[in-house]
Design a protein around this ligand. Structure first.
Ligand SMILES: Cc1cc2nc3c(=O)[nH]c(=O)nc-3n(C[C@H](O)[C@H](O)[C@H](O)COP(=O)(O)OP(=O)(O)OC[C@H]3O[C@@H](n4cnc5c(N)ncnc54)[C@H](O)[C@@H]3O)c2cc1C
Length: 429
C-alpha cells in the first residue's frame, strides 16, 4: 500500500503533523510502536506553558509557547483547564531575579500582573506564608490523553490512518531515497513493508535511533525527568518558582491531584528510566518551599519520561534550548526529522513539518490547524456519526455522575476504534 507521507511516532508532534498533512489533502499513515501517547507526550507534567518559564533563558521558545497557549485554548477547550499560574519568590535570589523576569515577560508579550502578597495568600491559602513576591501569568493545565486522542481522532476523520503497535524497524533505500519502510507488527511479529513518498521522523527521544535506521546521525540528548503525584489538589493555579529554570520548581494542579516536577538527567537509552527515593524526597523538599503542605500529604506515585532535547556540544540539560528543530536530510532526501520542542508547541511543530513536506511534494496549501476545532471540543454532539452500540455507550455518560470523567473514557473507546479500523483498511487485521 502506498502513501504520500508516513509519520513515525504517535506523540504530540507526530499526531499534529498527521492532522495538518491530512487537512492539506495528503494520504497519510501514522505508525506508532506502542499506543498513541505511550512515549513522552503521555507522561509529561500537564503544563500548557504561558512561556513565562523561558523568558530569560530561552526567549524564542517563550514567544512560541504563549502563541500556542492561546491557540490550544481555542482549538481544544475540552482538554484544558484555564487555571492561571503564579511565579513566587521565596528567597533573596528569587527576588533578585524578579526584575529580569518582568522585562522578559514584557519582551515576549506575555500578559502578567504583580499580585499583592496578601491577595495571593487569600487566593492560594496553601502557599508558603513567607512568600516575598508573586507574579500572575496565563499558565494553563492540559490533560495529555484528552488532547492526544482528540488530535488522533481528528486526523483519522480527515483521512489519516493511525496504526498502533507497529514499530519501524528499517528502511530500504533506492539511490538517495527511502523506497520502503519495514514495520514490525507488535501483535503478530510479522514484518510488513509500506511505501511512501516522504517519511517524517517524529519519534521523540527515539528520533536518533529511527534516523540511524536510515543511515543518518541526528543529535538528540535524551534527558529524563521525574514527576511526583500527591493525593490532593493543593492549589487552584500552577505554582512556579521565580528563578531561572532549574530542578523542582513547578507544581501543577492536575484534576484532584498535585504533580511536582521535575528533574533533568541525560540518559543513554530512553527505554530505561528509573526513579529513586532521592528523586521523590528532592521534589517534595523543593515543592514544600512553595507549598509547605506538600511535605505532609501522601505521595500516590511517581513517573518519569524523557525529553528529546537538541544536543549542542558543551551545553548542559538546563541550558539546552526547549525550542525545536526541523531537519531536512540530504540522504535520504525524502525524510524529515524533528527534535526538541514542548507539548505546548506540538501544533506548531506539526505546521512546520508539514510546510517542509508540502514543499517536497510540490503543494502550496497552507496549514489550517490554528483555526481547526479538534474532535471532542463538542464531544457529545461530535458523536453523531458513530455506529449504534459505541454511540449509545458513549452517550450514556452524558448527564450522569461520570460525565466529566467520562470524556477520556469515551475518547479512549474511539481511539481503539480508530486504530482497529486503520488496521482493517491496511489489511493488517
Ligand atoms: C519530565 C518531562 C516533563 C514535561 N512536561 C511538559 C509540560 O508540562 N509541558 C510541556 O509543554 N512540555 C513538557 N514536556 C516536554 C514534552 O512532553 C515533549 O517535548 C513532547 O511530549 C515530545 O513529543 P514527541 O511527539 O516529540 O515525542 P513522544 O511523545 O515521545 O512521541 C514519540 C513516539 O514515537 C514512538 N516511536 C519511537 N520509536 C518508534 C519506532 N521505531 N516506530 C514507531 N514509533 C516509534 C514512541 O513510542 C512515541 O510514542 C515534558 C517533558 C518531560 C521529559
Amino acid at each position: 500500500m502506498g502513501f504520500d507521507v508516513v509519520v513515525v511516532g504517535g506523540g504530540v508532534n507526530g499526531l499534529f503533523t498527521a492532522l495538518d498533512l491530512s487537512l492539506r489533502g495528503f494520504k497519510v499513515l501514522l505508525l506508532e510502536r506502542g499506543s498513541v501517547g505511550s512515549g513522552t507526550s503521555g507522561r509529561m507534567h500537564g503544563l500548557l506553558h504561558s512561556g513565562a518559564r523561558y523568558v530569560v533563558t530561552d526567549p524564542r521558545a517563550a514567544v512560541e509557547c504563549i502563541e500556542e497557549n492561546r491557540i490550544m485554548a481555542r482549538i481544544a477547550p475540552h482538554a484544558i483547564e484555564d487555571t492561571g499560574g503564579y511565579f513566587v519568590a521565596i528567597d533573596k535570589d528569587d527576588l533578585d531575579f524578579q526584575e529580569e523576569f518582568i522585562s522578559g515577560l514584557r519582551r515576549a508579550n506575555i500578559d502578567f500582573r504583580i499580585v499583592d502578597v496578601g491577595e495571593a495568600l487569600r487566593e492560594e491559602p496553601n502557599l508558603n506564608p513567607e512568600v516575598k513576591a508573586v507574579v500572575e501569568v496565563p499558565d494553563k493545565v492540559v490533560f495529555a490523553r484528552d488532547l492526544l486522542f482528540s488530535v488522533a481522532i481528528s486526523a483519522y476523520r480527515e483521512g489519516a490512518l493511525i496504526a498502533q503497535n507497529m514499530e519501524v524497524v528499517g528502511f530500504e533505500l533506492n539511490g538517495d531515497k527511502i523506497a520502503s519502510i519495514k514495520v514490525k507488527d507488535g501483535y503478530t511479529n510479522d514484518v510488513r513493508r509500506v511505501e511512501s513518498d516522504v517519511v517524517v521522523n517524529a519519534a521523540g527521544p527515539w528520533a536518533g535511533h529511527v534516523a540511524s535506521l536510515a543511515g543518518v546521525a541526528v543529535d538528540v540528548m535524551p534527558t529524563m525527568g521525574v514527576m511526583v503525584v500527591y493525593q490532593r489538589r493543593l492549589t487552584k493555579r500552577v505554582i512556579n518558582r521565580m528563578r531561572k529554570p532549574s530542578d523542582g520548581d513547578i507544581l501543577v494542579p492536575y484534576g484532584s491531584t498535585s504533580i511536582m516536577g521535575t528533574t533533568a538527567a541525560i540518559i543513554e537509552d530512553p527505554d530505561s528510566v528509573s526513579i529513586s527515593d532521592e528523586d521523590v524526597e528532592f521534589l517534595t523538599s523543593e515543592g514544600s518551599q512553595m507549598v509547605p503542605l506538600l511535605a505532609k500529604i501522601n505521595v500516590i506515585r511517581a513517573y518519569a519520561s524523557v525529553r528529546p532535547l537538541i544536543k549542542i556540544p558543551g551545553v548542559d540539560t538546563r541550558e539546552a534550548t526547549r525550542d525545536f528543530m526541523v531537519i531536512k536530510h540530504e540522504k535520504p532526501s525524502n525524510m524529515v526529522t524533528v527534535i526538541g520542542g514542548k507539548f505546548t508547541t506540538g501544533r506548531l511543530v506539526g505546521e512546520r513539518l508539514s510546510d517542509e513536506v508540502a514543499k517536497m511534494l510540490g503543494s502550496a496549501k497552507p496549514s489550517i490547524t490554528r483555526d481547526y476545532k479538534l474532535f471532542g471540543a463538542n464531544l457529545y454532539e461530535d458523536l453523531g456519526e458513530l455506529d449504534g452500540s459505541l454511540r449509545s455507550l458513549a452517550l450514556s455518560f452524558r448527564g450522569s455522575i461520570d460525565e466529566d470523567r467520562g470524556r477520556v473514557a469515551v475518547l479512549t473507546l474511539l481511539m481503539g476504534e480508530v486504530a482497529r479500523d486503520s488496521r482493517r483498511r491496511l489489511g493488517w487485521l
